[in-house]
Design a protein around this ligand. Structure first.
Ligand code: PLP
Length: 405
């Protein structure tokens, strides 16, 4: 485990007066405080003794049932494991699936917290070439030695289900591909249906397990994304979900859905990690979720984030004129991805940006290998619409100064 240079740099961004596009914090304006207060009261009144007691590692039954019923493929509640945030799901996946030296595949770029969760198990993490539509499936197959021109390598083919017996796996076969199909952190990009189908088919063909992380899938602006990868092949995927972005991250509640072949191992790792996720929080969330609460609540988050995203895009259009800066236009989530002019370096730009009163996360933090130093991540949900123009103008000034330097 190495201290992250980026984390050290980001301490700069916590100075008072800085407009921060750096943090991945959901807007606190979206937290359902009243609903939580009422649910806490009901849980303590009706079920206080159990709510404050130790409980089963799998999680609270009614919450597992809610999760199973909320997903768009047939899920048995017995396959659902409640976790302490989806971050713990990543940690459990690492403990169960990675041995020292195992190959693990990730998108380029990918979620920094996943790289951090995998690293202690000492994998060899490899980035898979990706474009604006997510993982490049042909490049993935080439990387696995399973491209169309190498049919003999199909000996690698394993069962189409997750197979944990290392003896049955070719030594060099990656343990899994970690993938974020919806409004990815850090880029904000999403995978279309055709790409999802191609990825799932390719992964099944070569026996590559997929670890699908979906904390942002509900935060779409105009239309919901296509079905999760796991819905296309539940036996070949581990699915991670979270209550952090649709209720509140301080609850530290997420979940995994895993095939029966691997669930007991994940449960064992969960037990060893923290026995169970907080019983009280699980009951409160189950209480809040009753009666279709999210159908009323989540649209308010979508509307707010869409407004903020549009404000940031408008500010970028205004302020970056004449600069060779590129950015994408996400259809949901919390982030967008910026590429600076040729020759610039986002890590070097950060101190200059902070001098001008604005912060971001340099993109290099999010690459397993071959980082693109020109990239950076902007969050459009933490700063207010009013701060957006000021912050992006400050960023443009910092870029002009650094670029001219
Ligand atoms: C892609 C991704 N996965 C997982 C997490 C962890 O979320 P939590 O542990 O709050 O559920 C985050 C948090 O930002 C994230 O962006």
């Amino acid at each position: 485990m190495n201290p992250s240079v980026i984390r050290e740099l980001l301490k700069l961004t916590e100075r008072p007066g800085i407009i921060s596009f750096a943090g991945g914090l959901p807007s606190p304006d979206t937290f359902p405080i009243e609903a939580m207060r009422e649910a806490c009261d009901r849980v303590l009144t009706e079920d206080g003794r159990s709510a404050l007691q130790y409980a089963a590692s799998e999680g609270y039954g009614p919450l597992r049932e809610w999760v199973a019923a909320s997903l768009p493929w047939a899920v048995d509640p017995a396959q659902v494991l409640i976790t302490t945030g989806s971050q713990q799901g990543l940690d459990l996946v690492a403990k169960v699936l990675i041995d020292s030296g195992s190959r693990v595949l990730v998108e380029t770029p990918t979620y920094l917290g996943a790289l951090q969760a995998f690293a202690p198990m000492e994998p060899q993490i490899e980035g898979v070439a990706s474009d604006a539509g997510g993982v490049d499936v042909d490049a993935l197959l080439q990387q696995l030695g399973a491209g169309d021109d190498q049919p003999e390598s199909m000996e690698r083919r394993r069962l189409l289900t997750l197979d944990l017996d290392p003896a049955s796996s070719p030594v060099a076969a990656p343990r899994f591909l970690y993938v974020l199909p919806n409004f990815q952190n850090p880029t904000g990009r999403s995978m279309g249906l055709a790409r999802r189908q191609a990825l799932v088919a390719a992964a099944a063909r070569v026996g590559l397990p997929l670890v699908e992380d979906n904390p942002y899938g509900d935060l779409w602006f105009d239309e919901p994304p296509p079905a999760p990868l796991t819905a296309l092949n539940p036996e070949g995927c581990i699915y991670l979900g979270s209550f952090s972005k649709i209720l509140a991250p301080g609850l530290r509640l997420g979940f995994m859905v895993a095939p029966a072949s691997i669930y007991p191992k994940l449960l064992q790792a969960k037990q060893a990690a923290d026995l169970h996720s907080p019983s009280f929080n699980q009951r409160v969330v189950a209480e809040v979720l009753k009666d279709g609460f999210l159908d009323r609540h989540v649209p308010t988050i979508r509307a707010l984030y869409k407004r903020q995203c549009l404000a940031m895009l408008a500010a970028l259009d205004n302020e970056m004129a004449g600069l060779d800066v590129q950015w994408n236009e996400p259809d949901g989530g919390m982030f967008l991805w910026v590429r600076l002019p040729e020759g610039m370096n986002a890590t070097e730009l950060l101190p200059k940006a902070v001098e001008h009163g604005v912060a971001f996360v340099p993109g290099s933090a999010f690459y397993a290998d071959h980082a693109d130093p020109r990239t950076l991540r902007l969050s459009f949900v933490t700063a207010t619409v009013e701060q957006m123009g000021v912050g992006i103008a400050a960023l443009a000034r910092a870029i002009r100064e650094q670029h001219g330097a």
